[in-house]
Design a protein around this ligand. Structure first.
Ligand code: SF4
Ligand code: SF4
Length: 83
């Protein structure tokens, strides 16, 4: 399992600050940050701690198995950022 960020993300990086495994990118100092429309969780690095969820003011982060049908596509989109 992993957590997934969806397109309501406003790139304020609050989740990045609390993620213990540094699996949320791109970060501000990374080349892809400016062009990115949202941030993405690396499913290979996510340990399902849930720390990112309460800090997200736009409610954009969900456990992959709790994604509503219309947001399921974002599981693949998050993983694709790391492929
Ligand atoms: S806390 Fe939420 S809105 Fe902010 S960067 Fe993370 S996912 Fe995006
Ligand atoms: S659930 Fe934990 S490990 Fe996974 S992205 Fe959120 S803060 Fe990082």
């Amino acid at each position: 399992m992993a957590y997934v960020i969806t397109d309501t993300c406003i790139k304020d990086l609050l989740c990045v600050d609390v993620c213990p495994t540094d699996c949320i990118h791109p970060k501000k100092d990374e080349a892809a940050f400016e062009a990115a429309t949202q941030l993405y969780v690396d499913p290979a690095g996510c340990i399902d701690c849930g720390a990112c969820v309460p800090v997200c003011t736009s409610d954009s982060i969900h456990p992959v198995d709790e994604l509503p049908e219309e947001l399921k596509q974002f599981a693949e989109k998050n993983a694709a950022f790391y492929n």
